[in-house]
Design a protein around this ligand. Structure first.
Ligand SMILES: NC(=O)c1ccc[n+]([C@@H]2O[C@H](COP(=O)([O-])OP(=O)(O)OC[C@H]3O[C@@H](n4cnc5c(N)ncnc54)[C@H](O)[C@@H]3O)[C@@H](O)[C@H]2O)c1
Length: 416
Protein backbone atom coordinates (compact mmCIF):
# COMPACT_ATOMS: atom_id res chain seq x y z
CA UNK A 1 0.00 0.00 0.00
CA UNK A 2 1.48 3.35 -0.95
CA UNK A 3 1.59 6.02 1.74
CA UNK A 4 0.51 9.47 0.57
CA UNK A 5 3.19 12.06 1.31
CA UNK A 6 2.20 15.45 2.69
CA UNK A 7 2.21 18.07 -0.06
CA UNK A 8 4.56 21.02 0.34
CA UNK A 9 2.96 24.07 -1.27
CA UNK A 10 5.42 26.45 -2.83
CA UNK A 11 5.09 29.95 -4.26
CA UNK A 12 7.73 31.35 -6.57
CA UNK A 13 8.84 34.99 -6.75
CA UNK A 14 10.44 35.84 -10.10
CA UNK A 15 9.67 33.32 -12.86
CA UNK A 16 12.50 34.11 -15.25
CA UNK A 17 15.26 32.07 -16.86
CA UNK A 18 16.65 30.76 -13.57
CA UNK A 19 13.18 29.59 -12.58
CA UNK A 20 12.92 27.86 -15.96
CA UNK A 21 15.70 25.51 -14.93
CA UNK A 22 13.97 24.28 -11.78
CA UNK A 23 10.25 24.34 -12.70
CA UNK A 24 10.49 21.12 -14.75
CA UNK A 25 12.04 19.48 -11.69
CA UNK A 26 9.11 20.60 -9.51
CA UNK A 27 6.84 19.00 -12.09
CA UNK A 28 8.42 15.58 -11.47
CA UNK A 29 7.76 15.71 -7.72
CA UNK A 30 4.07 15.20 -6.92
CA UNK A 31 4.58 15.96 -3.21
CA UNK A 32 5.90 19.47 -3.97
CA UNK A 33 3.33 21.67 -5.64
CA UNK A 34 3.80 25.08 -7.23
CA UNK A 35 0.60 26.77 -6.12
CA UNK A 36 1.34 30.44 -6.80
CA UNK A 37 3.81 32.89 -8.22
CA UNK A 38 4.59 36.60 -8.15
CA UNK A 39 6.25 38.52 -10.96
CA UNK A 40 6.21 42.11 -12.17
CA UNK A 41 5.95 41.01 -15.81
CA UNK A 42 2.30 40.36 -16.87
CA UNK A 43 3.34 38.10 -19.77
CA UNK A 44 5.12 35.82 -17.28
CA UNK A 45 2.07 35.69 -15.02
CA UNK A 46 -0.10 34.71 -18.00
CA UNK A 47 2.31 31.98 -19.11
CA UNK A 48 2.57 30.62 -15.57
CA UNK A 49 -1.23 30.53 -15.31
CA UNK A 50 -1.34 28.68 -18.60
CA UNK A 51 1.01 26.02 -17.30
CA UNK A 52 -0.65 25.82 -13.88
CA UNK A 53 -4.36 26.69 -14.33
CA UNK A 54 -5.15 26.16 -10.65
CA UNK A 55 -2.33 28.40 -9.39
CA UNK A 56 -2.72 31.96 -8.14
CA UNK A 57 -0.64 34.74 -9.67
CA UNK A 58 0.35 38.03 -8.05
CA UNK A 59 2.04 41.12 -9.37
CA UNK A 60 4.03 41.76 -6.20
CA UNK A 61 6.05 39.71 -3.75
CA UNK A 62 4.16 40.93 -0.71
CA UNK A 63 0.81 39.63 -1.97
CA UNK A 64 2.32 36.18 -2.49
CA UNK A 65 3.83 36.26 1.00
CA UNK A 66 0.33 36.88 2.38
CA UNK A 67 -1.10 33.81 0.61
CA UNK A 68 -2.12 31.55 3.50
CA UNK A 69 -1.91 28.36 1.41
CA UNK A 70 1.79 28.84 0.64
CA UNK A 71 4.20 26.97 2.97
CA UNK A 72 7.44 28.00 1.32
CA UNK A 73 8.76 30.51 -1.17
CA UNK A 74 11.33 29.99 -3.90
CA UNK A 75 13.04 33.31 -4.73
CA UNK A 76 14.50 33.68 -8.22
CA UNK A 77 14.25 37.42 -8.80
CA UNK A 78 17.25 39.58 -9.75
CA UNK A 79 20.04 39.51 -7.15
CA UNK A 80 19.23 42.78 -5.42
CA UNK A 81 15.85 41.39 -4.32
CA UNK A 82 17.21 38.19 -2.75
CA UNK A 83 17.79 39.65 0.70
CA UNK A 84 14.72 41.89 1.06
CA UNK A 85 12.34 39.27 -0.35
CA UNK A 86 13.83 36.46 1.78
CA UNK A 87 13.34 38.62 4.86
CA UNK A 88 9.81 39.54 3.76
CA UNK A 89 8.92 35.87 3.25
CA UNK A 90 10.43 34.87 6.61
CA UNK A 91 8.46 37.61 8.35
CA UNK A 92 5.30 36.14 6.87
CA UNK A 93 6.24 32.76 8.35
CA UNK A 94 7.27 31.15 5.05
CA UNK A 95 10.24 28.85 4.59
CA UNK A 96 12.60 30.14 1.93
CA UNK A 97 14.82 28.84 -0.85
CA UNK A 98 16.89 31.65 -2.30
CA UNK A 99 18.66 31.49 -5.66
CA UNK A 100 22.34 32.12 -5.92
CA UNK A 101 24.01 34.48 -5.27
CA UNK A 102 22.40 34.43 -1.83
CA UNK A 103 22.84 38.21 -1.43
CA UNK A 104 24.90 41.16 -2.60
CA UNK A 105 27.07 41.34 0.52
CA UNK A 106 27.69 39.62 3.86
CA UNK A 107 25.63 42.12 5.87
CA UNK A 108 22.55 41.25 3.78
CA UNK A 109 23.23 37.54 4.15
CA UNK A 110 23.55 37.92 7.92
CA UNK A 111 20.21 39.76 8.05
CA UNK A 112 18.60 36.91 6.10
CA UNK A 113 19.97 34.31 8.51
CA UNK A 114 18.71 36.35 11.49
CA UNK A 115 15.27 36.87 9.95
CA UNK A 116 14.86 33.12 9.38
CA UNK A 117 15.95 32.35 12.94
CA UNK A 118 13.74 35.06 14.46
CA UNK A 119 10.68 33.76 12.61
CA UNK A 120 11.38 30.07 13.13
CA UNK A 121 11.54 29.26 9.41
CA UNK A 122 14.12 27.47 7.27
CA UNK A 123 16.35 29.34 4.85
CA UNK A 124 18.04 27.34 2.11
CA UNK A 125 20.79 28.72 -0.13
CA UNK A 126 19.69 26.89 -3.21
CA UNK A 127 20.13 25.98 -6.81
CA UNK A 128 23.85 25.53 -7.18
CA UNK A 129 25.36 22.70 -9.14
CA UNK A 130 26.97 21.22 -6.04
CA UNK A 131 23.70 19.33 -5.61
CA UNK A 132 24.42 17.26 -8.70
CA UNK A 133 24.73 13.54 -8.23
CA UNK A 134 28.32 13.06 -9.50
CA UNK A 135 29.58 15.78 -7.15
CA UNK A 136 27.76 14.23 -4.21
CA UNK A 137 29.17 10.81 -5.13
CA UNK A 138 32.68 12.32 -5.41
CA UNK A 139 32.31 13.77 -1.95
CA UNK A 140 31.28 10.45 -0.50
CA UNK A 141 34.32 8.73 -2.02
CA UNK A 142 36.65 11.43 -0.69
CA UNK A 143 35.06 11.37 2.75
CA UNK A 144 35.27 7.55 2.93
CA UNK A 145 39.08 7.71 2.74
CA UNK A 146 39.07 4.89 0.14
CA UNK A 147 41.66 6.81 -1.93
CA UNK A 148 43.58 8.22 1.02
CA UNK A 149 43.61 11.84 2.03
CA UNK A 150 42.32 14.58 -0.27
CA UNK A 151 45.31 16.39 -1.83
CA UNK A 152 43.94 18.84 -4.43
CA UNK A 153 40.77 20.02 -6.20
CA UNK A 154 40.74 21.75 -9.60
CA UNK A 155 37.75 23.13 -11.44
CA UNK A 156 37.72 24.92 -14.81
CA UNK A 157 34.88 26.41 -16.88
CA UNK A 158 34.84 28.08 -20.28
CA UNK A 159 31.24 29.10 -21.11
CA UNK A 160 29.12 31.45 -23.23
CA UNK A 161 27.76 33.21 -20.13
CA UNK A 162 28.67 36.72 -21.31
CA UNK A 163 26.87 36.23 -24.61
CA UNK A 164 23.51 35.32 -23.06
CA UNK A 165 20.91 38.09 -23.08
CA UNK A 166 21.04 40.25 -19.98
CA UNK A 167 18.67 42.71 -18.34
CA UNK A 168 19.92 46.13 -17.17
CA UNK A 169 20.37 44.96 -13.56
CA UNK A 170 22.57 42.09 -14.76
CA UNK A 171 24.87 44.58 -16.44
CA UNK A 172 25.43 46.45 -13.18
CA UNK A 173 28.22 45.07 -10.97
CA UNK A 174 26.69 46.85 -7.96
CA UNK A 175 23.56 44.73 -8.38
CA UNK A 176 25.50 41.48 -8.57
CA UNK A 177 26.11 41.54 -12.32
CA UNK A 178 28.92 39.49 -13.86
CA UNK A 179 30.51 36.07 -13.78
CA UNK A 180 32.14 36.32 -10.31
CA UNK A 181 28.84 37.05 -8.51
CA UNK A 182 26.76 34.70 -10.60
CA UNK A 183 29.09 31.73 -11.13
CA UNK A 184 31.25 31.49 -7.99
CA UNK A 185 28.28 30.04 -6.07
CA UNK A 186 28.29 26.95 -8.33
CA UNK A 187 32.03 26.40 -8.16
CA UNK A 188 32.65 27.46 -4.56
CA UNK A 189 29.73 25.41 -3.23
CA UNK A 190 31.11 22.44 -5.15
CA UNK A 191 34.70 22.67 -3.97
CA UNK A 192 33.63 23.42 -0.41
CA UNK A 193 31.46 20.33 -0.44
CA UNK A 194 34.33 18.22 -1.80
CA UNK A 195 36.95 19.64 0.56
CA UNK A 196 34.93 19.56 3.78
CA UNK A 197 33.48 23.08 3.75
CA UNK A 198 36.08 25.23 5.47
CA UNK A 199 38.38 27.34 3.35
CA UNK A 200 41.11 29.38 4.99
CA UNK A 201 42.05 31.97 2.39
CA UNK A 202 41.61 33.23 -1.16
CA UNK A 203 43.98 34.76 -3.69
CA UNK A 204 41.99 35.62 -6.77
CA UNK A 205 41.47 37.95 -9.65
CA UNK A 206 38.65 39.04 -11.95
CA UNK A 207 38.69 40.30 -15.52
CA UNK A 208 36.44 42.68 -17.43
CA UNK A 209 37.69 42.52 -20.99
CA UNK A 210 34.98 43.89 -23.29
CA UNK A 211 33.76 47.49 -23.18
CA UNK A 212 30.36 46.48 -24.58
CA UNK A 213 29.81 44.29 -21.48
CA UNK A 214 30.44 46.50 -18.41
CA UNK A 215 30.69 43.56 -15.99
CA UNK A 216 33.46 41.08 -15.24
CA UNK A 217 33.36 37.96 -17.42
CA UNK A 218 36.30 36.13 -15.89
CA UNK A 219 37.73 35.07 -12.56
CA UNK A 220 40.34 32.68 -11.31
CA UNK A 221 41.35 31.90 -7.76
CA UNK A 222 43.67 29.86 -5.61
CA UNK A 223 41.75 28.70 -2.55
CA UNK A 224 43.36 27.03 0.42
CA UNK A 225 41.40 24.78 2.76
CA UNK A 226 41.82 24.96 6.53
CA UNK A 227 44.07 21.90 6.48
CA UNK A 228 46.26 23.29 3.68
CA UNK A 229 44.66 21.37 0.78
CA UNK A 230 45.02 23.44 -2.40
CA UNK A 231 42.21 24.22 -4.81
CA UNK A 232 41.91 26.25 -8.00
CA UNK A 233 38.73 27.46 -9.68
CA UNK A 234 38.23 29.53 -12.81
CA UNK A 235 35.42 30.63 -15.12
CA UNK A 236 35.86 32.40 -18.44
CA UNK A 237 32.42 33.36 -19.75
CA UNK A 238 33.45 35.13 -22.96
CA UNK A 239 32.35 32.22 -25.12
CA UNK A 240 35.19 31.78 -27.62
CA UNK A 241 36.22 28.31 -26.46
CA UNK A 242 33.65 26.43 -24.37
CA UNK A 243 34.56 23.48 -22.14
CA UNK A 244 31.71 21.53 -23.72
CA UNK A 245 33.92 21.00 -26.78
CA UNK A 246 36.14 18.67 -24.74
CA UNK A 247 33.30 16.23 -24.18
CA UNK A 248 32.79 14.01 -27.25
CA UNK A 249 29.17 13.11 -26.45
CA UNK A 250 27.97 16.66 -25.75
CA UNK A 251 26.56 19.02 -28.34
CA UNK A 252 29.76 21.08 -28.03
CA UNK A 253 27.88 24.13 -26.87
CA UNK A 254 25.67 25.42 -24.08
CA UNK A 255 23.07 28.04 -25.10
CA UNK A 256 24.57 28.95 -28.50
CA UNK A 257 26.40 26.87 -31.10
CA UNK A 258 29.64 28.20 -32.62
CA UNK A 259 27.91 30.04 -35.47
CA UNK A 260 25.34 31.60 -33.16
CA UNK A 261 28.11 32.78 -30.86
CA UNK A 262 29.76 34.61 -33.74
CA UNK A 263 26.47 36.28 -34.70
CA UNK A 264 25.59 37.23 -31.12
CA UNK A 265 29.08 38.62 -30.50
CA UNK A 266 28.95 40.73 -33.67
CA UNK A 267 25.55 42.16 -32.74
CA UNK A 268 26.79 42.86 -29.23
CA UNK A 269 29.89 44.72 -30.42
CA UNK A 270 27.73 46.71 -32.85
CA UNK A 271 25.22 47.51 -30.08
CA UNK A 272 22.42 45.94 -32.13
CA UNK A 273 20.94 43.47 -29.69
CA UNK A 274 17.48 43.75 -28.17
CA UNK A 275 18.41 41.75 -25.11
CA UNK A 276 15.12 42.20 -23.24
CA UNK A 277 13.19 40.59 -26.14
CA UNK A 278 15.80 37.87 -26.56
CA UNK A 279 15.63 37.06 -22.87
CA UNK A 280 11.84 37.17 -22.78
CA UNK A 281 11.74 34.64 -25.62
CA UNK A 282 13.70 32.20 -23.43
CA UNK A 283 11.47 32.61 -20.38
CA UNK A 284 8.31 30.63 -19.61
CA UNK A 285 5.91 30.81 -22.56
CA UNK A 286 8.58 32.26 -24.89
CA UNK A 287 9.30 30.84 -28.34
CA UNK A 288 12.84 29.77 -27.34
CA UNK A 289 11.93 28.60 -23.85
CA UNK A 290 13.24 25.11 -24.57
CA UNK A 291 16.79 26.51 -24.48
CA UNK A 292 16.31 26.86 -20.75
CA UNK A 293 12.97 25.34 -19.94
CA UNK A 294 13.94 21.73 -20.38
CA UNK A 295 14.56 19.04 -17.84
CA UNK A 296 18.31 19.52 -18.03
CA UNK A 297 19.75 21.40 -20.93
CA UNK A 298 22.93 19.33 -20.88
CA UNK A 299 20.87 16.31 -21.86
CA UNK A 300 20.81 12.87 -20.35
CA UNK A 301 24.57 12.56 -19.91
CA UNK A 302 26.91 14.65 -17.82
CA UNK A 303 28.52 17.57 -19.59
CA UNK A 304 30.52 20.47 -18.13
CA UNK A 305 27.97 23.26 -18.84
CA UNK A 306 28.39 26.11 -16.32
CA UNK A 307 30.05 24.16 -13.53
CA UNK A 308 32.99 22.98 -15.63
CA UNK A 309 35.52 20.19 -15.42
CA UNK A 310 36.27 18.95 -11.93
CA UNK A 311 39.33 16.84 -11.15
CA UNK A 312 39.95 15.71 -7.59
CA UNK A 313 43.25 14.19 -6.47
CA UNK A 314 43.66 12.06 -3.40
CA UNK A 315 46.86 10.41 -2.12
CA UNK A 316 46.12 7.25 -4.06
CA UNK A 317 43.88 8.20 -6.90
CA UNK A 318 42.00 10.76 -8.96
CA UNK A 319 38.28 11.27 -9.58
CA UNK A 320 36.55 13.02 -12.47
CA UNK A 321 33.20 12.97 -14.23
CA UNK A 322 32.45 10.34 -16.86
CA UNK A 323 29.66 10.34 -19.40
CA UNK A 324 27.37 8.46 -17.04
CA UNK A 325 28.82 9.24 -13.64
CA UNK A 326 32.39 9.12 -12.39
CA UNK A 327 35.78 7.71 -13.32
CA UNK A 328 37.85 6.68 -10.34
CA UNK A 329 41.50 6.07 -11.02
CA UNK A 330 43.09 4.00 -8.24
CA UNK A 331 45.99 1.60 -7.79
CA UNK A 332 44.05 -1.11 -9.63
CA UNK A 333 43.22 0.97 -12.72
CA UNK A 334 40.12 2.91 -13.78
CA UNK A 335 36.60 2.19 -12.51
CA UNK A 336 33.38 3.79 -13.68
CA UNK A 337 30.55 4.52 -11.27
CA UNK A 338 27.36 4.50 -13.32
CA UNK A 339 24.84 7.09 -12.13
CA UNK A 340 23.01 7.27 -15.46
CA UNK A 341 19.63 6.32 -14.08
CA UNK A 342 19.49 9.58 -12.15
CA UNK A 343 21.74 11.83 -14.19
CA UNK A 344 19.01 13.75 -15.93
CA UNK A 345 16.42 15.65 -13.96
CA UNK A 346 17.08 13.47 -10.92
CA UNK A 347 20.19 15.32 -9.94
CA UNK A 348 18.33 18.56 -9.43
CA UNK A 349 15.78 16.77 -7.32
CA UNK A 350 18.21 16.32 -4.45
CA UNK A 351 17.89 19.96 -3.50
CA UNK A 352 14.12 19.84 -3.40
CA UNK A 353 14.32 16.53 -1.52
CA UNK A 354 16.60 18.12 1.08
CA UNK A 355 14.24 21.08 1.47
CA UNK A 356 11.11 18.93 1.61
CA UNK A 357 12.61 16.58 4.20
CA UNK A 358 13.69 19.50 6.35
CA UNK A 359 10.34 21.34 6.22
CA UNK A 360 7.97 18.38 6.31
CA UNK A 361 9.93 15.68 8.15
CA UNK A 362 12.10 17.83 10.42
CA UNK A 363 15.36 16.43 8.99
CA UNK A 364 18.50 18.60 9.01
CA UNK A 365 18.87 21.27 6.33
CA UNK A 366 22.49 21.16 5.20
CA UNK A 367 22.51 24.00 2.67
CA UNK A 368 21.23 26.54 5.15
CA UNK A 369 21.86 30.26 5.45
CA UNK A 370 25.21 29.79 7.21
CA UNK A 371 26.39 27.51 4.39
CA UNK A 372 25.29 30.03 1.75
CA UNK A 373 26.91 32.91 3.61
CA UNK A 374 30.22 31.03 3.68
CA UNK A 375 30.05 30.49 -0.08
CA UNK A 376 29.18 34.14 -0.68
CA UNK A 377 32.18 35.16 1.48
CA UNK A 378 34.54 33.29 -0.85
CA UNK A 379 33.03 34.79 -4.01
CA UNK A 380 33.31 38.31 -2.62
CA UNK A 381 36.88 37.62 -1.45
CA UNK A 382 37.92 36.73 -5.02
CA UNK A 383 36.87 40.18 -6.21
CA UNK A 384 38.47 41.89 -3.20
CA UNK A 385 41.68 39.93 -3.64
CA UNK A 386 41.89 40.93 -7.31
CA UNK A 387 41.29 44.57 -6.46
CA UNK A 388 43.82 44.68 -3.60
CA UNK A 389 46.25 42.14 -5.08
CA UNK A 390 46.62 40.21 -1.86
CA UNK A 391 45.47 37.08 -0.08
CA UNK A 392 42.16 37.45 1.80
CA UNK A 393 41.60 35.49 5.00
CA UNK A 394 38.11 34.06 5.54
CA UNK A 395 36.06 34.27 8.75
CA UNK A 396 32.65 32.71 8.11
CA UNK A 397 33.42 29.22 6.85
CA UNK A 398 31.38 26.24 8.04
CA UNK A 399 31.95 22.50 7.76
CA UNK A 400 29.96 20.03 5.70
CA UNK A 401 27.78 18.19 8.21
CA UNK A 402 29.29 14.71 8.71
CA UNK A 403 25.99 12.94 8.03
CA UNK A 404 25.23 14.82 4.79
CA UNK A 405 24.35 12.23 2.14
CA UNK A 406 25.33 9.38 4.43
CA UNK A 407 22.79 7.11 2.73
CA UNK A 408 23.70 7.98 -0.87
CA UNK A 409 24.64 4.70 -2.54
CA UNK A 410 27.97 4.80 -4.40
CA UNK A 411 28.70 1.43 -6.06
CA UNK A 412 32.52 1.88 -5.90
CA UNK A 413 32.34 2.13 -2.10
CA UNK A 414 29.86 -0.67 -1.67
CA UNK A 415 32.27 -2.94 -3.59
CA UNK A 416 35.37 -1.86 -1.66
N1 LIG B 1 20.96 28.44 -10.31
C1 LIG B 1 21.09 28.68 -11.60
O1 LIG B 1 21.65 27.87 -12.31
C2 LIG B 1 20.54 29.97 -12.16
C3 LIG B 1 20.39 30.14 -13.53
C4 LIG B 1 19.90 31.36 -14.00
C5 LIG B 1 19.58 32.37 -13.12
N2 LIG B 1 19.74 32.18 -11.79
C6 LIG B 1 19.43 33.25 -10.82
O2 LIG B 1 18.07 33.64 -10.97
C7 LIG B 1 17.96 35.02 -10.69
C8 LIG B 1 17.22 35.70 -11.83
O3 LIG B 1 17.98 35.57 -13.01
P1 LIG B 1 17.25 35.26 -14.38
O4 LIG B 1 18.29 34.98 -15.38
O5 LIG B 1 16.20 34.24 -14.14
O6 LIG B 1 16.61 36.68 -14.69
P2 LIG B 1 15.21 36.98 -15.33
O7 LIG B 1 15.20 38.43 -15.60
O8 LIG B 1 14.93 36.06 -16.47
O9 LIG B 1 14.19 36.61 -14.17
C9 LIG B 1 13.87 37.45 -13.11
C10 LIG B 1 12.35 37.49 -12.98
O10 LIG B 1 12.03 38.26 -11.83
C11 LIG B 1 10.98 39.16 -12.16
N3 LIG B 1 11.08 40.30 -11.25
C12 LIG B 1 11.91 41.37 -11.30
N4 LIG B 1 11.72 42.17 -10.24
C13 LIG B 1 10.74 41.59 -9.50
C14 LIG B 1 10.11 41.93 -8.27
N5 LIG B 1 10.47 43.02 -7.59
N6 LIG B 1 9.15 41.13 -7.81
C15 LIG B 1 8.76 40.02 -8.49
N7 LIG B 1 9.33 39.64 -9.65
C16 LIG B 1 10.31 40.42 -10.14
C17 LIG B 1 11.24 39.50 -13.61
O11 LIG B 1 10.08 40.00 -14.24
C18 LIG B 1 11.69 38.17 -14.17
O12 LIG B 1 10.61 37.38 -14.61
C19 LIG B 1 19.35 35.57 -10.49
O13 LIG B 1 19.59 35.74 -9.13
C20 LIG B 1 20.25 34.49 -11.04
O14 LIG B 1 21.50 34.41 -10.39
C21 LIG B 1 20.20 31.00 -11.30
Amino acid sequence: MSVKMKTLKVGMIGVGMGAGEIIPVFDTMPHIELVACADVNPAILAAFQDRYPAARTYNCAEALCKDAEVDAIWISTPNRFHAPQSILAAEHGKHVVVEKPMALDLAEAQQMVSAAKRNGVLLMAGHTQSYSLPIRAMRRIIASGALGRLQAVHLWTYSDWMLRPRTADELDPDQGGGVPYRQTPHQVDTVRLLGGGKLRSVRGTTGQWHPERPIPGYYSAYLEFDDGTPCTIMHNGYGYFVTEELVPWSKGYIRYNAQERVAVRRAQVAGERDEESEKQSMRIGGKDQTRVFSEWFGGKHWSPVDLGLVVVSCERGDIRHSKNGLFIYDNDGVHEVDLAADLSVGQRRSELDEFYDAVVNGKPLFHDGAWGLATLEVGLAITQSGRERREIMLNHQVEVAPDYDKDLPVPYLDKA
